[in-house]
Ligand binder design. Structure first.
Ligand code: SF4
Length: 211
């Protein structure tokens, strides 16, 4: 095993223990392939599935697998008009299983996320029957301060570049706490403990995925 893999595994295992202490179901898997297998096992037949605007979930090919299995999918990236996109976002709030990642996971088991519209973070807190997060080792931070920093200084600018938003970070690569209407981080959430009425599984992967 490479030093990098050992480093990732040790940190992932610590985060998983902390997540379990905080009431979540959490498991460690060493590869992306294992993560996909585990994630798909958690989706019952005929379940309605919501998918966040997540690079991790798309990179893993989970959406295509779910389509092949015939699930009804609520993914606003699959449709074009504003009306259709909002129907998908609302569907994410009441689906059976909601897939997303997180912008940061702390070693003491807290999940930090930023959002512009809010459908992703809202669905992570209340509504879906089961929230399943897949989190690459690159998203683990030592503490909450680093997690907030990661969300604003890494996830924010990289997602702004991906989405080509009219925000300074889409060009500069760093956050300048802008006042842009296009701002992609109008909302910041910290999930410290499993929300009351949501089954919640976090699959922590010993490889780097998404940003
Ligand atoms: S506040 Fe503005 S500049 Fe900073 S990450 Fe958010 S959108 Fe980018």
């Amino acid at each position: 095993m490479s030093v990098k893999s050992k480093f990732h595994e040790a940190r992932c295992q610590k985060a998983v223990k902390a997540l379990i202490k905080n009431g979540f179901d959490a498991i460690y898997v060493s590869t992306k392939e294992e993560a996909v297998k585990k994630a798909l096992e958690l989706v019952p037949q005929n379940a309605k599935v919501g998918v966040a605007g997540s690079v991790t979930i798309r990179d893993l090919g989970i959406v295509d697998e779910l389509k092949d299995r015939g699930h009804e999918i609520f993914d606003h990236h699959m449709v074009d008009t504003p009306e259709e996109k909002n129907r998908m976002r609302k569907g994410q709030l009441t689906c059976d299983v909601f897939f997303a990642s997180t912008n940061a996971l702390t070693l003491d088991g807290k999940l930090v996320n930023i959002d512009g519209t809010g459908n992703r973070v809202a669905a992570m807190i209340f509504g879906p029957g089961h929230v399943v997060l897949i989190v690459g080792a690159n998203k683990i931070t030592d503490n909450l301060e680093q997690a907030m920093d990661r969300a604003k200084q890494v996830a924010g600018p990289m997602n702004a570049m991906r989405l080509k938003t009219k925000t300074p970070c889409a060009t500069t690569g760093y956050c300048s706490d802008c006042q842009s209407e296009d701002r992609i981080c109008k909302i910041t959430t910290i999930i410290e403990y499993k929300p009351n009425l949501t089954n919640f599984t976090v699959i922590v992967v010993g490889e780097e995925i998404g940003y």
